[in-house]
Design a protein. Structure first.
Length: 95
């Protein structure tokens, strides 16, 4: 996780807090992303969902018991985008 938070420019615990079995990423007190199982997911809505679909991303899901799965509005950032700082910053800004 340290590599991902460093890549995003986080330097203190106010920006990255444990939650959801992972870590929430915050800017000015507003959550915009999560890191779960070493994977980065950013907040997506109808204004940017098609873009995430175009690079074959998927939303974060978790099990809520027997036969219950919850899908959240955080979508996976592929490794190739993690390596492109400019592109990653654009996605973070839009989240």
């Amino acid at each position: 996780m340290a590599r991902k938070t460093t890549t995003l420019g986080f330097s203190n615990t106010e920006d990255c807090k444990e939650n959801l079995g992972g870590h929430g990423l915050y800017k000015d007190g507003v959550i915009f992303g999560i890191i779960v199982d070493e994977e980065l997911y950013l907040k997506v809505d109808e204004t940017n969902k098609k873009e995430y679909e175009s690079f074959s991303s998927r939303p974060f899901t978790y099990d809520r018991g027997k036969n219950k799965k919850t899908t959240m509005s955080y979508w996976l950032i592929p490794e190739d985008i993690l390596e492109d700082r400019r592109r990653l910053e654009e996605l973070v800004f839009c989240s």
